[in-house]
Write a protein that binds this ligand. Structure first.
Ligand code: AGP
Length: 590
């Protein structure tokens, strides 16, 4: 997703803005731009590709002296990645950068063209700039409010006016925060872009406007001045360092044992810190991507071990469905960023029908964390790599813990003895992560493949889904997760000696069935890699054994093996592991 950074203060903004964009790189982008302002003019510099291209361009440009600036990394939605479509966009006296999607941009543009406005780009952002400029008669707050009242869609905007030594910001649905420092103010898509300068920030609510000068900030809502609470971020700036690892993805995988232990500790000490969910007759788990796959693990455990009726659906489908809430239902939203547009919409749909929501979320200041009726923070710390790893495993852990808690509250499970296995999990994961030579060996066997399958049944299938996505995301090898029993109904036609098949086998009850599916693919030449907790499974060239623990928490020991195999494979293929092509860390648009 796009990244926004803005600054107004005593210093020249160029290095603050460029560094801020670099700290937002993980959000994904294809072009970047910057606007510097002083009392006489606004200078705009744009480039496509990496931020270093923009940095080089700035170094080779005679920059105006300035202490106000806005900057942007663009993840193309309307209009191809190009310099002309890169932000900032300037129309008349108005210069803006934007994160989000304006759904009625074409209609508004048509009207503005009729009024004689000339457009240079294909972007919805330029339409916003033109609309604000149309209403700007020397009162920025009024112009911003009038223009944004006509927009349908999501926006986070940083705005400059030719004749104002001020910086403006407003948001709706897309994230934007205001950083507060003595005699300097910042605007950013998220705290990581400004944590090196200040930990004090303000969260703008929908359509609140911040007006900043060098040494003062005011807030407005519907043309009235309001006051805002200043918050203090609880992340350390070193969270953005790789601590000696080659990639953030590897660093974040290696953090898993420690953060798992830290997140679980309070709940293992006092289960009552978890919400009491036993009276819900139905649970809908709604999320996107890996978060949804964590939900699929939760679904299996809730159904099998807590006897709850569960639906698990991707938010992009669920939000448009006519969902029948005909009994006491809980909607669980899982999201690392807490800003995924589809998941937010699904949450708000549930709220519109007075349905309770529980968010399992990482970013505490996010929209989902703030709006859900209940929340459980996964406390993973900032996750910089686009491909989620530590957040995902914590989502799985909390889903498993919730399933246990419901089973315990419903007296299906009589005591808490099995929690000892969850207590052991961080230490076991640490050992599993040390086995890197084996994962590298397997990566060497698969990294030149073009098609790879991950198969399993029940909770092993849910894990296979994430194993497949992780590999696809970072190594760009096509892969597919398949219910092991379903393969023979067509897709097995794709299996031959060129197709590696990962078989995940940890569920004792269904083990024999999955093993016969493994034989089916093996007999068609597939290279089989088995991941199992059963030492009696031996007759395969590649077997990764994980320690056997209680089935509620067993998946936690499989996940890191798949994450490291994906990582090593991507490395062998020379991929951009932390910032895979076309991907964004938080999909804040539909
Ligand atoms: C995971 O590696 C992907 N980056 C993606 O599938 C992600 O899980 C999905 O976009 C949901 O994001 P969220 O958890 O921030 O809502």
């Amino acid at each position: 997703m796009c990244g926004i950074v803005g600054y107004i203060g005593k210093e020249n903004p160029i290095s603050i803005l460029i560094q801020g964009l670099k700290d937002l790189e993980y959000r994904g982008y294809d072009s970047a731009g910057i606007a510097l302002k002083n009392k006489d003019n606004i200078q705009i510099i744009k480039s496509i590709g990496k931020i270093t291209n923009l940095q080089e361009k700035c170094q080779n440009t005679n920059l105006i002296s300035s202490n106000i600036g806005i900057a942007h990394t663009r993840w193309a939605t309307h209009g191809a990645p190009s310099k002309i479509n890169a932000h900032p966009h300037k129309v008349g006296k108005t210069t803006i950068v934007h994160n989000g999607i304006i759904e009625n941009a074409a209609l508004l543009k048509e009207q503005l063209v009729k009024e004689g406005i000339k457009f240079n780009s294909d972007t919805d952002t330029e339409v916003i700039a033109a609309l604000i400029n149309k209403y700007y008669k020397n009162d920025p707050i009024k112009a911003i409010e009038k223009a944004t009242s006509e927009l349908v869609g999501s926006y986070a905007l940083a705005i400059l006016f030719d004749d104002k030594e001020k910086l403006y910001a407003i948001r709706k649905d897309s994230p934007l925060i205001v950083g507060i420092k003595d005699n300097a103010f910042f605007v950013a898509s998220d705290i990581t872009a400004i944590i090196n300068y200040t930990k004090n920030y303000v969260l703008l609510e929908e359509n609140e406007i911040a007006e900043m000068t060098q040494n003062h900030i005011s807030y407005y809502y519907q043309d009235k001045e309001i006051t805002k609470k200043v918050l203090t971020a609880d992340i350390k700036s070193e969270a953005k360092d790789k601590n000696g690892y080659e990639h953030y993805m590897l660093k974040e995988i290696m953090e898993e044992p420690l953060i798992l232990e830290n997140t679980l500790k309070p709940y293992l000490k006092n289960l009552d810190l978890l919400p009491n969910l036993k009276d819900y007759e139905e649970i809908h788990i709604v999320a996107c991507g890996s978060a949804m796959y964590a939900g699929m693990v939760g679904k299996t455990l809730l159904e099998e071990r807590a006897q709850v009726k569960v639906f698990c659906e991707c938010a992009s489908e669920y939000r448009y469905k006519n969902v029948i809430y005909d009994c006491k239902t809980l909607v669980i939203l899982i999201s690392q960023s807490g800003e995924t547009a589809d998941t937010i919409a699904a949450m708000r749909n549930a709220h519109s029908k007075n349905i309770d929501t529980l968010a399992i979320v990482n970013v505490k200041t996010s929209t989902i964390a703030r709006e859900a009726k209940m929340h459980l923070f996964i406390e993973a710390g900032p996750e910089i790599a686009v491909a989620t790893t530590k957040a995902y495993i914590l989502q799985v852990a909390l889903m498993a813990l919730l399933a246990f808690k419901i089973a315990y509250d419903k007296k299906i499970i009589k005591d808490t003895k099995i929690l000892a296995d969850l207590q052991k999990a961080p230490c076991l994961i640490k050992e599993i992560l040390e086995n890197r030579k084996l994962y590298l060996k397997i990566a060497k066997e698969i990294y030149q493949s073009t098609n790879i399958f991950f198969i399993g049944r029940k909770v092993d299938y849910a894990i296979a889904l994430e194993g497949s996505l992780k590999l696809k995301e970072v190594s760009y090898i096509h892969s597919e997760a398949y219910q092991a029993g379903e393969l023979k109904h067509g897709t097995i036609s794709l299996i031959d000696e060129k197709v590696p098949v990962f078989a995940i086998i940890t569920d004792k009850q269904i083990e024999e069935k999955t093993l016969s599916n493994v034989e089916e693919v093996k007999s068609r030449g597939a290279k089989v890699i088995v991941i199992t907790n059963n030492k009696n499974i031996t007759n395969y060239p590649d077997i990764i054994y994980v320690p056997k623990i209680n089935e509620f928490f067993q998946s936690l020991l499989v996940v890191p093996t798949l994450q490291l195999i994906a990582y090593e494979t991507a490395k062998l293929r020379g991929c951009d592991i932390d910032k895979p092509k076309n991907l964004a860390k938080s999909v804040t648009v539909e």
